[in-house]
Write a protein that binds this ligand. Structure first.
Ligand code: SDX
Length: 433
């Protein structure tokens, strides 16, 4: 709770005043409740990027942008990444508590028994060109599988929510892997019930029907950490999208598909792909050095940005990037890969951290800066990186959708606007235009 807002506030416009209730946060900024502002003073607030606006109350994730800390349901991301499985963290996000042994076994078994896609879905994948971006397939397939589960559309039913959540979390690795197999014209691999969630995904991604799949436990462990680090992150662009779409009582599948499309943007989840493309350009193009990249990033007239740097909330080192940076060396040495892009990334970070342009704007590496290098070391093609981000973020989207439905105040989101258009004019027939 911040003590600089105090317990009372008011807005005065001319001779009219509205007293505002102050909502006290358990951590971070308190909030001024302006829900009566338009009715009382016929005025709205203007905050185009919502940087100063809380769209909801939430108990799921807390981010301290100044300190660079991240907690899910009160647990530090460092502890969760080091000590939990991804499904354990997914359960924590959805239901608010870390599961006990019985709950985790039931949850894991339930997910394991719903990893198959309906056979009709094969023709769905076949309809895409080989060149289709896997994010387009992922969001389309997420909507498509919902047609098999109309019984679970009711947003007011907790049973329907649970069944939808299990199917989304269970089937996302299968959809992602089949999108990849489609792109390389290889046979789709069926999930196996004798493998863990992460092992199963790696089996479907890199296995072949002609031989037994051998999953490297180090790669499985690395991917487990990567998915946990992406699991939730407050009211980011894609999560706010899921809440917005869900607030119309659209079903969970449709809301998540919308979030996937928001995540795809290179300023958001698409940044990990853009980071590796930027590092590769520096590596491959002799005219594009680290120094040149930093210079271009600082030039306001040049659209080039240092992808993987900066954040809407973190004005300190993204704690996820800090974990990933330590992790990158371990994973690359374990898989025996000496990736020159990691060295370029380290040089870029050092150059930016010593440059006043970045220091004065609090621009630090974010989660996407190192994640792409590790995804690449684990054998994933660049175009699959945002798909991996979406797989990680899925429980966060689902948890936020549920929290939105549990709070009647956040139903049918409908922001206002500041209209600046023409006031009024008469119709002009086309013969006179
Ligand atoms: C994610 O919201 C979330 O939580 C997102 C996420 C999650 O887990 O869901 O954390 C995941 O989306 C991480 C961000 C990935 N995107 C990128 O790495 C793309 C590159 N980053 C930038 O586009 C930018 O930093 C943003 C969009 C991420 C954040 O922008 P901000 O904090 O709103 O900062 P800004 O755009 O207002 O910029 C402030 C200044 C500007 O310069 P001035 O106008 O002051 O001269 O910093 C500059 C910007 O031009 N700036 C950069 C820069 N990022 C900001 N300059 C060069 N390179 C950059 N990367």
């Amino acid at each position: 709770m911040t003590d600089d807002v105090g317990t009372s506030a008011s807005i005065s416009i001319g001779d009219r005043t509205l007293d505002l209730e102050v909502l006290s946060a358990s951590l971070g900024s308190d909030a001024l409740d302006i829900s009566k502002l338009r009715a009382s003073l016929n005025t709205v607030t203007y905050d185009p990027g919502f940087a100063n606006t809380a769209s909801t109350r939430s108990s799921i994730t807390y981010i301290d942008g100044g300190e660079g800390t991240l907690r899910h349901r009160g647990y530090a991301i460092d502890d969760l990444a080091e000590k939990c499985t991804f499904l354990e963290v997914a359960y924590l996000l959805l239901y608010g508590e870390l599961p006990n042994r019985e709950q985790l076994d039931e949850w894991t078994t339930s997910v394991r028994h719903h990893t198959l896609l309906s056979e009709e879905m094969k023709r769905f994948f076949d309809a895409f060109p080989r060149s289709a971006h896997p994010m387009a397939i992922l969001s389309s397939a997420t909507n498509a599988i919902s047609t098999f589960y109309e019984a679970y559309y009711d947003p007011k039913s907790s049973d329907a929510f649970h069944e939808s959540a299990v199917r989304l979390i269970a089937k996302m690795p299968t959809i992602a892997a089949w999108a990849y197999k489609k792109s390389i014209s290889q046979p789709y691999m069926y999930p196996r019930n004798d493998l863990t969630y992460i092992e199963n995904f790696l089996h479907m991604m890199f296995g072949m029907p002609v031989e037994e799949t051998k999953v490297d436990p180090v790669i499985a462990r690395a991917l487990n950490v990567l998915l946990i680090l992406h699991a939730d992150h407050g009211q980011n662009c894609s999560t706010a999208t899921v809440r917005f779409v869900g607030s119309s009582d659209a079903n969970l599948f449709a809301s998540v598909a919308a979030g996937m499309n928001a995540l795809w943007g290179p300023l958001h989840g698409g940044a990990n792909q853009a980071v590796v493309e930027m590092l590769s350009a520096i590596h491959d193009d002799p005219t594009m050095t680290v120094e040149r990249a930093v210079t271009r990033a600082k030039d306001g007239d040049d659209p080039f940005r240092l992808m993987g740097f900066g954040h809407r909330v973190y004005k300190n080192y993204d704690p996820r990037a800090r974990i990933l940076k330590k992790f990158a060396d371990d994973v690359l040495s374990r898989v025996g890969l000496d990736d020159p892009l990691l060295e370029i990334a380290n040089q870029l970070e050092m150059a930016a951290r010593e440059d006043d342009y970045f220091v004065s704007r609090n621009l630090y590496p974010n989660v996407d800066f190192y994640s792409g290098i590790i995804f690449r070391a684990l054998g994933f093609p660049t175009r699959m990186f945002t798909v991996l981000f979406a797989m990680g973020r899925l429980p966060g989207w689902i948890a936020n959708w549920k929290e939105m439905h549990d709070d009647p105040a956040t139903r049918i989101a409908r922001p206002r606007q500041v209209y600046e258009g023409t006031v009024m004019r008469d119709y002009v027939p086309i013969t006179e235009r």
